[in-house]
Design a protein around this ligand. Structure first.
Ligand SMILES: [Fe+2]
Ligand SMILES: [Fe+2]
Length: 309
Protein backbone atom coordinates (compact mmCIF):
# COMPACT_ATOMS: atom_id res chain seq x y z
CA UNK A 1 0.00 0.00 0.00
CA UNK A 2 1.36 3.40 -0.94
CA UNK A 3 1.52 6.05 1.72
CA UNK A 4 2.29 9.57 0.98
CA UNK A 5 -0.72 11.38 2.25
CA UNK A 6 1.14 13.23 5.02
CA UNK A 7 3.25 14.72 2.25
CA UNK A 8 0.32 15.86 0.17
CA UNK A 9 0.69 19.60 0.70
CA UNK A 10 4.42 19.44 0.22
CA UNK A 11 4.09 17.34 -2.90
CA UNK A 12 1.59 19.76 -4.43
CA UNK A 13 3.76 22.79 -3.66
CA UNK A 14 6.87 21.12 -5.06
CA UNK A 15 5.19 19.78 -8.17
CA UNK A 16 3.57 23.15 -8.94
CA UNK A 17 6.92 24.89 -8.53
CA UNK A 18 8.60 22.40 -10.85
CA UNK A 19 5.92 23.00 -13.49
CA UNK A 20 6.29 26.76 -13.12
CA UNK A 21 10.01 26.35 -13.77
CA UNK A 22 9.48 24.62 -17.13
CA UNK A 23 10.34 27.86 -18.87
CA UNK A 24 9.83 26.89 -22.45
CA UNK A 25 6.34 25.51 -21.84
CA UNK A 26 2.98 27.21 -21.23
CA UNK A 27 3.13 25.94 -17.62
CA UNK A 28 5.54 28.79 -16.90
CA UNK A 29 2.84 31.34 -17.80
CA UNK A 30 0.25 29.83 -15.47
CA UNK A 31 -0.67 31.24 -12.12
CA UNK A 32 0.98 29.21 -9.35
CA UNK A 33 -2.35 28.61 -7.61
CA UNK A 34 -3.79 27.21 -10.81
CA UNK A 35 -0.76 24.91 -11.09
CA UNK A 36 -1.30 23.81 -7.49
CA UNK A 37 -4.90 22.88 -8.21
CA UNK A 38 -3.73 20.97 -11.26
CA UNK A 39 -1.00 19.26 -9.20
CA UNK A 40 -3.59 18.20 -6.61
CA UNK A 41 -5.88 16.65 -9.20
CA UNK A 42 -2.95 14.95 -10.85
CA UNK A 43 -1.77 13.53 -7.53
CA UNK A 44 -5.23 12.17 -6.66
CA UNK A 45 -5.55 10.47 -10.04
CA UNK A 46 -2.07 8.93 -9.82
CA UNK A 47 -2.65 7.75 -6.25
CA UNK A 48 -5.83 5.98 -7.26
CA UNK A 49 -3.98 4.35 -10.14
CA UNK A 50 -1.21 3.16 -7.84
CA UNK A 51 -3.92 1.63 -5.67
CA UNK A 52 -5.13 -0.34 -8.67
CA UNK A 53 -7.86 1.82 -10.26
CA UNK A 54 -6.63 3.50 -13.40
CA UNK A 55 -9.98 4.84 -14.64
CA UNK A 56 -9.58 8.29 -13.11
CA UNK A 57 -6.06 8.72 -14.43
CA UNK A 58 -7.12 7.60 -17.89
CA UNK A 59 -9.86 10.25 -17.90
CA UNK A 60 -7.40 12.82 -16.61
CA UNK A 61 -5.00 12.00 -19.45
CA UNK A 62 -7.79 12.21 -22.04
CA UNK A 63 -8.91 15.58 -20.70
CA UNK A 64 -5.33 16.80 -20.77
CA UNK A 65 -4.97 15.82 -24.40
CA UNK A 66 -8.20 17.67 -25.28
CA UNK A 67 -7.72 20.77 -23.14
CA UNK A 68 -3.98 21.24 -23.40
CA UNK A 69 -3.91 21.07 -27.18
CA UNK A 70 -5.97 24.21 -27.56
CA UNK A 71 -4.10 26.06 -24.82
CA UNK A 72 -0.88 26.00 -26.80
CA UNK A 73 0.59 22.90 -25.19
CA UNK A 74 2.59 20.59 -27.39
CA UNK A 75 2.86 16.88 -26.61
CA UNK A 76 6.42 17.29 -25.37
CA UNK A 77 5.32 20.00 -22.91
CA UNK A 78 2.91 17.55 -21.33
CA UNK A 79 5.64 14.87 -21.29
CA UNK A 80 7.83 17.29 -19.38
CA UNK A 81 4.97 17.66 -16.93
CA UNK A 82 5.00 13.86 -16.38
CA UNK A 83 8.76 14.00 -15.80
CA UNK A 84 8.29 16.77 -13.27
CA UNK A 85 5.79 14.53 -11.44
CA UNK A 86 8.31 11.68 -11.35
CA UNK A 87 11.08 14.01 -10.10
CA UNK A 88 8.82 15.40 -7.40
CA UNK A 89 7.86 11.91 -6.28
CA UNK A 90 11.52 11.09 -5.85
CA UNK A 91 11.92 14.03 -3.51
CA UNK A 92 9.09 13.19 -1.11
CA UNK A 93 9.19 10.37 1.37
CA UNK A 94 8.02 6.94 0.30
CA UNK A 95 6.87 4.18 2.58
CA UNK A 96 8.72 1.49 0.66
CA UNK A 97 10.50 0.64 -2.50
CA UNK A 98 7.63 -1.38 -3.92
CA UNK A 99 5.36 1.68 -3.91
CA UNK A 100 7.87 3.61 -5.90
CA UNK A 101 8.18 0.88 -8.50
CA UNK A 102 4.39 0.82 -8.77
CA UNK A 103 4.32 4.58 -9.19
CA UNK A 104 6.89 4.40 -11.93
CA UNK A 105 4.79 1.76 -13.70
CA UNK A 106 1.72 3.95 -13.50
CA UNK A 107 3.54 7.02 -14.82
CA UNK A 108 4.96 4.99 -17.68
CA UNK A 109 1.48 3.73 -18.51
CA UNK A 110 0.05 7.28 -18.30
CA UNK A 111 2.72 8.59 -20.69
CA UNK A 112 1.99 5.85 -23.21
CA UNK A 113 -1.74 6.45 -22.89
CA UNK A 114 -1.21 10.13 -23.48
CA UNK A 115 0.83 9.52 -26.63
CA UNK A 116 -1.79 7.12 -27.98
CA UNK A 117 -4.66 9.51 -27.23
CA UNK A 118 -2.76 12.45 -28.69
CA UNK A 119 -2.09 10.62 -31.93
CA UNK A 120 -5.68 9.41 -32.15
CA UNK A 121 -6.89 12.97 -31.69
CA UNK A 122 -5.31 13.90 -34.98
CA UNK A 123 -7.91 11.82 -36.83
CA UNK A 124 -11.64 12.53 -36.83
CA UNK A 125 -12.50 8.96 -35.88
CA UNK A 126 -10.11 9.09 -32.97
CA UNK A 127 -11.57 12.39 -31.87
CA UNK A 128 -15.11 11.07 -31.98
CA UNK A 129 -14.08 7.95 -30.10
CA UNK A 130 -12.45 9.97 -27.37
CA UNK A 131 -15.33 12.38 -26.98
CA UNK A 132 -17.62 9.36 -26.78
CA UNK A 133 -15.59 7.75 -24.03
CA UNK A 134 -15.46 11.00 -22.07
CA UNK A 135 -19.18 11.62 -22.41
CA UNK A 136 -19.94 8.04 -21.41
CA UNK A 137 -17.94 8.60 -18.23
CA UNK A 138 -19.94 11.77 -17.62
CA UNK A 139 -23.24 10.12 -18.31
CA UNK A 140 -22.54 7.31 -15.92
CA UNK A 141 -22.56 9.97 -13.22
CA UNK A 142 -25.63 11.78 -14.40
CA UNK A 143 -28.71 9.69 -14.06
CA UNK A 144 -29.54 9.09 -17.71
CA UNK A 145 -30.70 5.60 -18.51
CA UNK A 146 -28.79 5.31 -21.74
CA UNK A 147 -26.06 7.13 -23.54
CA UNK A 148 -27.41 10.65 -23.77
CA UNK A 149 -25.07 12.27 -26.28
CA UNK A 150 -25.41 9.55 -28.88
CA UNK A 151 -29.19 9.65 -28.57
CA UNK A 152 -29.26 13.45 -28.84
CA UNK A 153 -27.10 13.14 -31.95
CA UNK A 154 -29.50 10.64 -33.51
CA UNK A 155 -32.67 12.59 -32.60
CA UNK A 156 -31.09 15.86 -33.81
CA UNK A 157 -30.15 14.28 -37.13
CA UNK A 158 -33.76 13.22 -37.63
CA UNK A 159 -35.14 16.69 -36.97
CA UNK A 160 -32.37 18.37 -38.97
CA UNK A 161 -33.15 16.05 -41.88
CA UNK A 162 -36.75 17.31 -42.04
CA UNK A 163 -35.58 20.93 -41.88
CA UNK A 164 -32.80 20.38 -44.42
CA UNK A 165 -30.09 21.73 -42.10
CA UNK A 166 -26.82 20.17 -40.97
CA UNK A 167 -25.89 19.81 -37.31
CA UNK A 168 -22.64 17.89 -37.93
CA UNK A 169 -21.67 16.08 -34.75
CA UNK A 170 -22.99 18.79 -32.43
CA UNK A 171 -25.36 16.33 -30.72
CA UNK A 172 -22.46 14.14 -29.75
CA UNK A 173 -20.37 17.02 -28.47
CA UNK A 174 -23.01 19.26 -26.89
CA UNK A 175 -22.38 18.40 -23.22
CA UNK A 176 -18.65 17.66 -23.41
CA UNK A 177 -17.97 20.89 -21.48
CA UNK A 178 -19.41 19.20 -18.41
CA UNK A 179 -15.94 17.71 -17.89
CA UNK A 180 -15.11 21.16 -16.50
CA UNK A 181 -17.96 21.07 -13.96
CA UNK A 182 -16.75 19.65 -10.62
CA UNK A 183 -17.81 16.05 -9.94
CA UNK A 184 -19.30 17.07 -6.62
CA UNK A 185 -21.78 19.29 -8.48
CA UNK A 186 -22.49 16.88 -11.35
CA UNK A 187 -23.27 13.97 -9.06
CA UNK A 188 -25.05 15.87 -6.31
CA UNK A 189 -28.25 14.11 -5.34
CA UNK A 190 -30.18 17.02 -3.85
CA UNK A 191 -31.06 20.39 -5.38
CA UNK A 192 -28.18 22.64 -6.45
CA UNK A 193 -27.28 25.89 -4.73
CA UNK A 194 -27.19 29.09 -6.74
CA UNK A 195 -23.39 28.95 -7.05
CA UNK A 196 -23.47 25.30 -8.15
CA UNK A 197 -26.13 26.04 -10.71
CA UNK A 198 -23.99 28.89 -12.03
CA UNK A 199 -21.17 26.37 -12.60
CA UNK A 200 -23.47 24.00 -14.47
CA UNK A 201 -24.70 26.84 -16.66
CA UNK A 202 -21.14 27.39 -17.87
CA UNK A 203 -20.99 23.98 -19.57
CA UNK A 204 -22.07 25.15 -23.06
CA UNK A 205 -19.27 27.69 -22.95
CA UNK A 206 -16.76 24.98 -22.03
CA UNK A 207 -18.12 22.75 -24.79
CA UNK A 208 -17.51 25.63 -27.18
CA UNK A 209 -13.94 26.07 -25.94
CA UNK A 210 -13.15 22.40 -26.35
CA UNK A 211 -14.90 21.93 -29.67
CA UNK A 212 -13.85 25.11 -31.55
CA UNK A 213 -10.24 24.23 -32.32
CA UNK A 214 -10.91 20.59 -33.17
CA UNK A 215 -14.37 20.73 -34.75
CA UNK A 216 -15.23 24.37 -35.59
CA UNK A 217 -18.37 23.45 -37.58
CA UNK A 218 -20.17 22.43 -34.40
CA UNK A 219 -18.81 25.14 -32.08
CA UNK A 220 -21.61 27.70 -32.41
CA UNK A 221 -24.27 24.99 -32.02
CA UNK A 222 -22.84 23.52 -28.81
CA UNK A 223 -22.42 27.02 -27.36
CA UNK A 224 -26.10 27.75 -27.94
CA UNK A 225 -27.80 24.45 -27.09
CA UNK A 226 -29.39 25.99 -23.98
CA UNK A 227 -30.37 29.32 -25.56
CA UNK A 228 -34.06 30.13 -26.02
CA UNK A 229 -35.88 32.42 -28.44
CA UNK A 230 -37.43 34.27 -25.47
CA UNK A 231 -33.93 35.16 -24.20
CA UNK A 232 -34.26 33.14 -21.00
CA UNK A 233 -31.62 30.62 -21.97
CA UNK A 234 -27.94 30.45 -21.05
CA UNK A 235 -25.02 31.21 -21.15
CA UNK A 236 -25.58 34.14 -23.53
CA UNK A 237 -29.30 34.88 -23.21
CA UNK A 238 -29.58 35.64 -26.92
CA UNK A 239 -32.96 35.88 -28.63
CA UNK A 240 -31.87 35.10 -32.17
CA UNK A 241 -31.08 31.39 -32.00
CA UNK A 242 -29.58 29.49 -34.94
CA UNK A 243 -32.06 26.81 -35.97
CA UNK A 244 -29.36 24.11 -35.70
CA UNK A 245 -28.76 24.96 -32.03
CA UNK A 246 -32.48 24.83 -31.31
CA UNK A 247 -32.68 21.43 -33.01
CA UNK A 248 -30.11 20.08 -30.54
CA UNK A 249 -31.95 21.84 -27.72
CA UNK A 250 -35.25 20.12 -28.62
CA UNK A 251 -33.51 16.75 -29.02
CA UNK A 252 -31.82 17.26 -25.64
CA UNK A 253 -35.14 17.98 -23.92
CA UNK A 254 -36.89 15.11 -25.68
CA UNK A 255 -34.23 12.63 -24.63
CA UNK A 256 -34.05 13.93 -21.07
CA UNK A 257 -37.80 13.44 -20.64
CA UNK A 258 -37.85 10.07 -22.40
CA UNK A 259 -35.03 8.69 -20.27
CA UNK A 260 -36.70 9.70 -17.05
CA UNK A 261 -37.64 6.49 -15.26
CA UNK A 262 -40.59 7.97 -13.48
CA UNK A 263 -42.75 8.11 -16.62
CA UNK A 264 -44.26 5.02 -18.16
CA UNK A 265 -42.51 3.97 -21.35
CA UNK A 266 -45.37 4.24 -23.86
CA UNK A 267 -46.43 7.63 -22.55
CA UNK A 268 -43.00 9.16 -22.61
CA UNK A 269 -42.78 10.30 -26.21
CA UNK A 270 -46.28 11.79 -26.16
CA UNK A 271 -45.57 13.50 -22.88
CA UNK A 272 -42.24 14.86 -24.15
CA UNK A 273 -43.87 16.16 -27.31
CA UNK A 274 -46.60 17.81 -25.30
CA UNK A 275 -44.01 19.53 -23.11
CA UNK A 276 -42.08 20.73 -26.13
CA UNK A 277 -45.25 21.96 -27.90
CA UNK A 278 -46.12 23.99 -24.83
CA UNK A 279 -42.83 25.81 -25.17
CA UNK A 280 -43.21 26.54 -28.87
CA UNK A 281 -42.10 30.12 -29.44
CA UNK A 282 -40.60 30.53 -25.98
CA UNK A 283 -38.03 27.76 -25.65
CA UNK A 284 -38.29 26.24 -29.12
CA UNK A 285 -38.55 27.70 -32.59
CA UNK A 286 -41.93 26.88 -34.21
CA UNK A 287 -40.28 25.27 -37.25
CA UNK A 288 -38.25 22.99 -35.00
CA UNK A 289 -41.38 21.82 -33.17
CA UNK A 290 -43.12 21.19 -36.48
CA UNK A 291 -40.14 19.23 -37.78
CA UNK A 292 -40.01 17.21 -34.57
CA UNK A 293 -43.69 16.31 -34.96
CA UNK A 294 -42.97 15.04 -38.45
CA UNK A 295 -40.32 12.65 -37.14
CA UNK A 296 -42.76 11.05 -34.66
CA UNK A 297 -42.76 7.60 -36.29
CA UNK A 298 -38.97 7.36 -36.53
CA UNK A 299 -38.60 8.68 -33.02
CA UNK A 300 -41.01 6.14 -31.52
CA UNK A 301 -39.04 3.33 -33.19
CA UNK A 302 -35.72 4.71 -32.04
CA UNK A 303 -36.83 5.21 -28.46
CA UNK A 304 -38.29 1.72 -28.26
CA UNK A 305 -34.99 0.34 -29.52
CA UNK A 306 -33.17 2.32 -26.87
CA UNK A 307 -35.35 1.18 -24.01
CA UNK A 308 -34.97 -2.45 -25.11
CA UNK A 309 -31.19 -2.25 -24.68
FE1 LIG B 1 -26.34 20.72 -22.01
FE1 LIG C 1 -27.59 17.36 -22.87
Amino acid sequence: MIEFDPERERFIALFATKLKELRKTPYAQRDIRELERFAGRCLDAVKQAVDGDRAKLERFVQESALNRGKEGFKAWHVMQGFDAFRDTAKMVRWSDCESFVKLDDVLHWATNTYVRVYEELLTERGLVRMVESLTLALEAKEKYTSSHSQSVQKISENIAGVLGVDIGLAGLFHDIGKINVPDSVLTKAGPLTEEEWALVKQHPYHSFRIVSPIYPEAASIVLRHHERPDGRGYPLGETVIPVEANVVSAADTLHAICSNRSYRQHQKLDFALEQIREKKGTQFLPEVVTALEKTYGDMAGFLTELSAE
